[in-house]
Write a protein that binds this ligand. Sequence first.
Ligand SMILES: [Zn+2]
Length: 149
Amino acid sequence: MGGGAGSAAIGQEAVPSSRVGDFIVPSLSVAGGMHEYSLVRSLLDRVDASAREHRATSVAALRVRIGEVAGVERELFASAFELARAGTCCAAAELEIVAGAARWECTSCRVEAPRGGVLRCPACGAPVRLAAGDEIVLERIEMEVPEHV
Ligand SMILES: [Zn+2]
């Protein structure tokens, strides 16, 4: 093994999610991207804390999952990241954004509800709730960590 830097991957870490409701809410661009910008700031804070915890010298790559009904525009999120990362540990990090599919399920019998605005379970008539798709999750951090002697 050569010297230099190794790579460490961190598992799932939830980033404060912008919960916009339990039902189908069209993706809203809030105040011209300020919403995305503040999310990016909290993401960077989170990454910075992890980097310091692992004594990383820099962050090489990030993967963030943005649920399709999280109310966050992926393009705005990416451009906010470009703006916010200067001078942070993520200044040279590659950002990968993956989409999280929305899924609704019955609150009573857990049957998966079809997409398209049905708010009652087709099987038992109970309300359905959003089971996935409104989350913003920092899925992976790749950071450069000096090898310990
Ligand atoms: Zn049901």
